[in-house]
Design a protein around this ligand. Structure first.
Ligand code: SAM
Length: 233
């Protein structure tokens, strides 16, 4: 954080363009160059993505449905959505992430599949337009609660119908785990991580005109993520 003068957004961007990209590109990939903790996080994250895809699949065809995936990372969710026929716009504050998502999409597309996807380096506050569904998976961990409210309000303003968001939930147990984790500095601690109380996330969604209709939780040894689907009231 010192290198970026204490500006957290810049610190997150720098991290995900450098060492964070190396780390998360491996975790979100298929190579076996991952340690046990990274493998656990990879498996937990894959479960979250599968749950989101199941929710989409339950709604029927995705042909031509406009989806904005904000903080898309390497495209773990955006790419399968596009291959199912959605018109996906993926953005990420990290240009390394956005380029990698585009590269992976082209590779997947070469194997067949429909739909379309474009990826752009952009912080989610700068995303504009209207989409049927807006997704934002495992990004809120980079936002303190006072900033998360504005983030949710902005995501809601982009969505005509549905929002799917996930976050690391605040519970006394996870707060202790996080505290313990902070005692052991390592590469994963290069940015701060924030837990969020579900009631506060839900209240922010309500203020933005959305009602939570589905909930899921994924917890492995080192990965935990609460997933909410909310629809415009
Ligand atoms: N959503 C992806 C997934 O689930 O595979 C990536 C999750 S990764 C833990 C968090 C991502 O959020 C990183 O790619 C990071 O660059 C991005 N990010 C963090 N803050 C952001 C912001 N303000 N705007 C856009 N992307 C952001």
């Amino acid at each position: 954080m010192e290198a970026t003068g204490g500006d957290e957004l810049e610190a997150v961007k720098t991290y995900f363009n450098t060492s964070g990209f190396e780390r998360w590109n491996k975790i979100y990939g298929e190579t076996d160059e991952v340690n046990k903790v990274q493998l656990d996080i990879r498996q937990g994250h894959a479960q979250t993505v599968d749950k989101v895809l199941k929710w989409f699949d339950e709604e029927g065809s995705l042909e031509g449905v406009a989806v904005a995936d904000c903080g898309c990372g390497t495209g773990s969710l955006a790419i399968p959505l596009a291959l199912r026929g959605a018109a996906v716009y993926g953005t990420d504050i990290s240009s390394s992430m956005a380029s990698e998502a585009g590269r992976r999409y082209e590779a997947a597309r070469a194997q067949g599949g429909k739909g379309s996807a474009t990826f752009e380096a952009k912080d989610l506050e700068s995303v504009q337009g209207r989409y049927d569904t807006v997704t934002c998976i495992d990004v809120m961990i980079h936002y303190p609660q006072d900033k998360a409210d504005a983030m949710i309000t902005h995501l809601a303003s982009l969505s005509d119908r549905r929002l799917v968001v996930s976050f690391a939930p605040y519970t006394p147990y996870y707060a202790v785990l996080k505290r313990i984790g902070e005692l052991f500095p390592g590469p994963s601690k290069a940015t701060r991580a924030y837990l969020h109380a579900e009631a506060e996330v839900e209240a922010a969604l309500q203020r933005a005109g959305f009602r939570v209709v589905k909930r899921e939780m994924t917890a492995t040894s080192f990965y935990f993520s609460r997933l909410l689907e909310a629809v415009r009231v």
